[in-house]
Design a protein around this ligand. Structure first.
Ligand code: ZN
Length: 262
């Protein structure tokens, strides 16, 4: 079996960031978040291998510029690592030969109550996004893009709000909530090692139940509506991409290929 582990940094245990500052390398929680993500990815790898001992595993470094957010030399051996930007497309190596995608350290969409570090791709510029009329964030869009290739997202770890969002999009998905958000930068977290143990067990359950977890299938055509925070960002996108302007701050990207809308 072949798996892609997609990663982000905001949704790992004991990380809440702080208001008005992205979780970048200058942030005092960055180094700790890197360590947590590395350990949570290792827990996911252990979970996969506990059921599928010869699983082929690719780990994607997905936060920000996709480099060095995971401590690569501390990952379990035998996996391959996908890193860097610009990405040719989202989920660059994924095709229909994969059995499943796992999302580790993910965060809820912008504006969700109690969503720790919630945002949709850019906390600085994007207010809301809708796919074919339905409010969507990174978890939903990743599930829909993988689903268009016939591959299910089988496991998601995030804060509680992120796991609820995952369940709304993906029927039967296994999830682990590593923290409970009471604000965008305030949470009650599991102990890191308890989070890792739950991830290992949850991933194993996901592989055991993989036939019950269906790919998210949304038929084309696709319209991704993006409401920016600033009018100037919408204007710049219309000039650069030829997107359709819907109102002063909102644009629409339309295509029959879901990878072309984001
Ligand atoms: Zn991120």
């Amino acid at each position: 079996m072949k798996f892609l582990i997609c990663t982000d940094l905001e949704g790992v245990a004991c990380v809440v960031g702080s208001a008005g500052q992205p979780l970048n390398r200058e942030h005092k929680q960055y180094e700790f978040a890197q360590q947590m993500l590395t350990k949570e990815v290792n827990a996911a790898i252990d979970g996969l291998r506990s059921i599928s001992s010869d699983a082929e595993i690719i780990v994607g470094d997905g936060h920000s510029d996709g480099t060095a957010n995971i401590i690569y030399n501390e990952l379990r051996r035998g996996v391959q690592i996908l890193l860097g930007v610009p990405r040719p497309r989202q989920l660059s190596v994924l095709d229909s030969t994969f059995s499943g995608v796992l999302l580790i350290g993910y965060h809820p969409m912008a504006g969700v109550k109690g969503g720790v570090l919630s945002h949709s791709f850019s906390s600085a510029s994007i207010h809301n996004m809708w796919l074919n009329g339905r409010l969507i964030g990174e978890i939903g869009l990743t599930a829909a893009q993988a689903g268009s290739l016939g591959v299910p997202v089988i496991f998601v770890s995030s804060c509680r709000a992120g796991t609820e969002e995952a369940k709304e999009w993906i029927e039967g998905v296994e999830t682990v909530a590593v923290k409970e958000g009471y604000g965008r930068n305030f949470a009650l977290s599991l102990h890191p090692e308890d989070a890792q143990e739950q991830i290992r067990k949850g991933v194993a359950r996901a592989v055991e139940r993989i036939r019950e977890i269906q790919p998210v299938k949304i038929p084309p055509p696709y319209e991704l509506r993006i409401e920016y925070k600033l009018e100037s960002t919408a204007e710049a996108e219309v000039r650069a991409r030829g997107s359709i302007r819907l109102d002063s701050r909102t644009v629409a990207r339309r295509s029959d290929n879901i990878f072309e809308v984001y």
